[in-house]
Design a protein around this ligand. Structure first.
Ligand SMILES: Cc1cc2nc3c(=O)[nH]c(=O)nc-3n(C[C@H](O)[C@H](O)[C@H](O)COP(=O)(O)OP(=O)(O)OC[C@H]3O[C@@H](n4cnc5c(N)ncnc54)[C@H](O)[C@@H]3O)c2cc1C
Length: 446
């Protein structure tokens, strides 16, 4: 019997993996710990980190899979419910659902001495170990909370954004949100409509990008040839000053970096509410202090709820970090194009990219490359070996000329144009005769 490739996760990246293996006529089997497809966009799934008010922050135009546009009439920035429906439609359209084992968690992946990987999972039928030809890891990057060790004790409720689902839990409460990234700002805006008071603690200044510029989704402007970083930074900073104003005027610190050197915050409502006095900016937290929090400037606030919007950590608990060439917390696995590990030729990581505007199409192109490489291993070993040689060599520059902040969450950040160009170049280098098996049903070996 032909050996299958394992896909871990049925979120956007896992679905893209399954679809591209299918396109190349390669047999696969998927593992998903949740009840269905959609990844973190299924608010009820065990590792989902979306909340009721979550919508896309990149517009549908730059985010959707190119081969499967969203239905006519879908808004520019759909809600998590519409996105879940989209992924269910995608999976049904390409007949991917039967290829996944749901409610099934992968607990261990170890190399098989004869090649391929042994995958152990627990699911409805109990524990099971299967020898797969290889493994495509698409378990997501925004589910494992990063919880800073704050000194002191807090007597109120201390939660991380990963467990925040709906604003009603903040009703009538004095709320402090720690961190003004995209989730922190969304939750601050949610809180304004329910809480007794809303404070937002920020460590540094941010650049705020509006969702609309001149009535069009901001990320659909200037999508042609990318401008050189300095030119783009100069033009966009000026545009932002015109449209959203200077964040310093709203009480926020001056950013210590240029726009696009960190992930921008796509939210102009938070500035609107700062301007209305609905949200108060606070400095970085120094310590938890009984019924409140003490800040670095010596001031103190009393709170009922503290929401840690402090981000997420990479999490590959079922794999030996050495296989990923991963030095652990604070760093990212050292992978060629954030996908290939020179430590093992049957192991691939998908979705381990953070980038402004990369969308699901960018993740799809990762899967397209891996599937093309696997097909080349079968049909054109010289082309596959050439990629392996490049994967073992020096890392290409994927920054697009931007100097990213040296933060943990930026350790796997790429510039979307530079990244997609590099991935597409590899896929083109592998392109043999067109895939013969378009539309082969999922899980054909089962
Ligand atoms: C509030 C919010 C807003 C966002 N907005 C945008 C946006 O506007 N645009 C954008 O492009 N991205 C956005 N994202 C990023 C989001 O992560 C991606 O859109 C996308 O979900 C990534 O897909 P993925 O498949 O890599 O990971 P996920 O969607 O996280 O899916 C991973 C899947 O793997 C499963 N899994 C994990 N571990 C195991 C295991 N051991 N065994 C079996 N299954 C496992 C999980 O259950 C999950 O279903 C947002 C994220 C959040 C939280």
């Amino acid at each position: 019997m032909e050996q299958t490739y394992a896909v871990i996760g049925a979120g956007p990246s896992g679905l893209a993996a399954a679809r591209n293996l299918q396109r190349q006529g390669l047999a696969w089997e998927g593992y998903e710990l949740g009840p269905g497809v959609g990844g973190l966009w299924d608010i009820d799934a065990p590792r989902s980190t979306v909340y009721e008010s979550a919508h896309l922050i990149s517009s549908k135009h730059t985010t959707e899979f190119r081969e499967f546009p969203m239905r006519a009439g879908t808004p520019d920035y759909p809600s998590h419910r519409e996105l879940l429906a989209y992924f269910r439609d995608f999976a049904a359209h390409f007949d991917l659902v039967p290829g996944f084992r749901f409610h099934t968690e992968v607990t261990a992946v170890v190399p098989h001495p004869g090649g391929g990987m042994l995958v152990t999972s627990t699911g409805p039928g109990g524990e099971r170990t299967v020898h797969h030809a290889g493994i495509l890891v698409a378990n997501g990057t925004l589910s494992e909370p990063h919880v800073p060790a704050l000194p002191g004790r807090f007597d109120g409720e201390l939660i991380h954004t990963s467990v925040y689902k709906r604003a009603q839990v903040l009703a009538g409460k004095r709320v402090l949100i720690v961190g003004a990234g995209n989730s922190g700002c969304d939750i601050a805006v949610d809180a304004v409509h329910h809480a007794a008071s809303v404070d937002l603690s920020v460590r540094r200044g941010y650049h705020f990008v509006p969702k609309y510029v001149l009535g069009r989704p901001a990320d659909t402007l200037n999508q042609g040839r990318p401008l050189p970083p300095r030119v783009k930074q100069a033009i966009d900073s000026r545009l932002l000053k015109l449209f959203t104003g200077d964040p310093v005027r709203f009480g926020l610190p001056k950013p210590d970096h240029k726009i696009y050197e960190s992930h921008p915050v796509v939210n102009s409502l938070v500035l609107h509410h700062l301007g209305h006095g609905d949200i108060t900016v606070r400095p970085d937290v120094e310590r938890l202090d009984g019924d409140g929090v003490r800040f670095r400037d010596g001031s103190r606030g009393a709170y009922d709820v503290v929401v840690l919007a402090t981000g997420y950590r990479l999490h590959y608990p079922f794999l030996d970090p050495a296989l990923l060439r991963w030095a652990g917390p604070g760093t990212a696995p050292d992978l060629y194009l954030n996908i290939f590990t020179p430590a093992h030729r049957d192991l691939f990581v998908l979705g381990m990219i953070e980038a402004s505007g990369i969308g699901w199409q960018g993740r799809y192109e990762q899967a397209e490359l891996v599937a093309a490489y696997l097909r080349a291993r079968r049909d054109d070993p010289a082309a596959a070996a050439a990629l392996e040689a490049r994967a073992a060599g020096p890392r290409p520059d994927l920054s697009g000329g931007y100097r990213y902040l040296g933060l943990e969450r930026m350790s796997y950040y790429v510039n979307k144009d530079a990244y997609r160009r590099a991935v597409r170049a590899e896929t083109e280098a592998l392109a043999g005769p067109p895939a013969a098996a378009q539309g082969v049903p999922a899980g054909t070996s089962r």
